[in-house]
Ligand binder design. Structure first.
Ligand code: NAP
Ligand code: GLV
Length: 308
């Protein structure tokens, strides 16, 4: 079997080594060394140039190197083939760490103390107990449910919102459009871990933000296009929201001069919450290649109609 690898962001040689550890006979071709395009059976890609996948006439499977497939689905030339997204234990763990770090920042009021430092002001109140801090997670999939479990383990009052109803021990769950308002009303720290789909594009708008209690904080680790940026700035400037931490923004890299760079109540990180690591992710990739060969059901298959 021949697998084409393409990613501008990853260490291609590390991926080749990791893949060969699990499948020594695999013919791994590192883009742009495609060889005969007719020989490629599967492609493992991130930010593939539009048209690359369509140029492989015998392609049978597309594997995303990322958890989110929104950019891939936006390619109008994407072949109508099975598409699997990446689920990687390290990626899941790193996202959990990142969400935990930001929730702790807010829970222990570090955003407040950073502001006070700029004002040369020494003042404090006793912090709440974790059970008094309600963390609400938009999206209870691979990443959201893991982060929810970590936060629950720390004693936070955790709630989550998903498309389909879920029962998760120790977590208050809400589902669908009707569940959104009651979910938001009890959320002090909102974490977005939704995939970007036609339904979630612009979901964090003025209406959604108004549904949060005054003084709420926002953590966006999903996708930038899920947030209406003007509405966030307005909610912060009016004092309805207290602070936001944005790992994803609509245009990446964030353009010079964008108001987010200098807003006193916004922290920006350059889309670093989590990454796929070849040493832990290659096994799942190889498992799907074997499933393809043996005609067994693929794992982490994207439902194109849902968009995730
Ligand atoms: P996932 O397993 O597919 O989970 C998605 C969750 O979102 C599911 O719980 C799903 O509900 C829910 N959902 C989707 N559409 C919804 C809607 N319209 N209304 C309510 N809930 C909806 O995805 P994942 O692996 O957790 O990844 C989530 C996203 O994280 C990725 O798509 C990507 O955008 C982002 N991400 C960011 C980084 C970073 O570094 N910042 C890294 C990796 C991933 P159901 O359970 O009912 O289907
Ligand atoms: C990163 O953002 C991913 O979707 O894996």
């Amino acid at each position: 079997m021949a697998l084409l690898f393409h990613s501008p962001d990853e260490d291609a040689q590390a991926w080749r080594r990791a893949l060969l550890r699990h499948a020594p006979g695999l013919d791994v071709r590192l883009w742009p060394e495609v060889g005969d395009p007719a020989q490629i059976d599967a492609a493992l890609v991130w930010r593939a140039p539009p048209g690359l996948l369509a140029s492989l006439p015998n392609l049978r499977l597309i594997l995303s190197l990322g958890a989110g497939v929104d950019a891939m689905l936006a390619d109008p030339t994407l072949p109508d083939l099975p598409l699997c997204r990446l689920v990687d234990p390290s990626l899941t763990r790193m996202m959990g760490e990142f969400v935990l770090a930001l929730v702790l920042k807010y829970h222990r009021q570090l955003d407040v103390f950073a502001r006070q430092q700029r004002e040369q002001r020494w003042a404090f109140t006793l912090p709440p107990q974790p059970g008094e801090t309600a963390v609400g997670i938009l999206g209870l999939g691979e990443l959201g449910s893991h982060a929810a479990g970590l936060l629950r383990g720390m004693g936070f009052a955790v709630r989550g919102w998903s498309r389909s109803p879920k029962a998760i021990e120790g977590i208050a769950t809400f589902a669908g459009p009707d569940g959104l308002a009651p979910f938001l009303a009890g959320t002090a720290i909102l974490v977005c871990l939704l995939p970007l789909t036609p339904e979630t594009r612009g979901i964090m708008d003025a209406h959604l933000l108004a549904g949060l209690p005054t003084g709420a904080r926002l953590i966006n680790v999903g996708r930038g296009a899920q947030l209406v940026e003007r509405d966030l700035i307005d909610a912060l400037d009016r004092g309805h929201l207290a602070h936001a931490s944005l790992d994803c923004v609509a245009e990446e890299p964030l353009p010079p001069g964008h108001p987010f760079w200098s807003h006193p109540r916004i922290d920006i990180t350059p889309h670093v919450a989590s990454f796929s690591l070849p040493d832990s992710a290659a096994e799942g990739v190889v498992d799907n290649l074997r499933r393809l060969e043996e005609g067994r059901p693929l794992r982490n298959l994207v439902d194109r109609a849902r968009g995730y």
